[in-house]
Design a protein around this ligand. Structure first.
Ligand code: G3P
Length: 231
């Protein structure tokens, strides 16, 4: 499963990228507004850091405007994926942009029929919003399951399922168990994936016990051993 970060915060993106396992990034107008920085400069910088798919969202509400914005955004970097809303205008725009070779992430997907339309329009990604569905008492992961089931029936569709609106690590586990292609994570969730109190406790105990061995310098000890054995 590919891991994207769902943020426009460069500090968070740099930190996640330094782990070496970050595949891409998603932004939206709200995340861009939260940073208070220039939109285009931010997207360009994210592309430089991530060097993988970076979603930049259009804000026009009619297909012609979405297409115009999308064409321009795609010229910022080869890594830009144009994010388009999943309404009728967005589907029209996705069909045109995809036909021109511009990759689209069709966003705000809340029901499987919408995802079917996104695939038919040639979207590179569809983004089901699991957290926002959970928020209103509908099981978000059921949507992901149904989309994957539908896409599996039609191998000609190459649209990747990008699980979005993620709230906690269990969303990540459930998405991976279902075989979702991509998940986009807020930085807080990304960081929590690695945390477990028993891991911390174990590291602490090993570190303490290591102080009791006669020679604690692994690098020096191994270096001498390798030299003595001609390796
Ligand atoms: O990238 C869009 C999506 O992930 C937004 O999530 O938390 O605002 O529902 P959220």
């Amino acid at each position: 499963m590919e891991f994207f970060l769902d943020t426009a915060n460069l500090v968070e993106i740099r930190e996640a990228a330094s782990w070496g396992i970050l595949d891409g990034c998603t932004t939206n107008p709200s995340l861009i507004a939260r940073e208070g920085r220039d939109f285009v400069a931010t997207i360009a910088e994210i592309c430089e850091i991530v060097r993988g798919p970076v979603s930049a969202e259009v804000v026009a509400t009619h297909a012609a405007g979405m297409v115009e914005e999308g064409r321009l955004l795609a010229r910022i970097s080869e890594h830009v994926v144009v994010k388009v809303p999943l309404d009728a205008e967005g589907i029209k725009a996705t069909k045109i942009l995809s036909g021109e070779g511009v990759r689209c992430n069709v966003t705000l997907c809340f029901q499987p029929a919408q995802a079917l339309l996104a695939a038919k329009a040639g979207a590179a990604y569809v983004s089901p919003f699991v957290g926002r569905l959970d928020d209103v008492g509908i099981e978000g992961m059921d949507l992901v399951r149904q989309i994957l089931e539908i896409y599996a029936n039609y191998p000609q569709y190459t649209t990747k399922v990008l699980v979005a609106s993620v709230r906690h690590p269990m969303h990540v586990v459930e998405a991976a168990r279902l075989g979702a292609d991509v998940i986009t994570l807020p930085f807080g969730v990304f960081r929590r994936l690695v945390q477990h109190p028993l891991t911390d406790k174990g590291i602490q105990a090993f570190t303490e016990d290591w102080k009791k061995v006669p020679d604690t310098d692994i690098v020096g000890q191994v270096g001498r051993w390798l030299e003595a054995h001609g390796r």
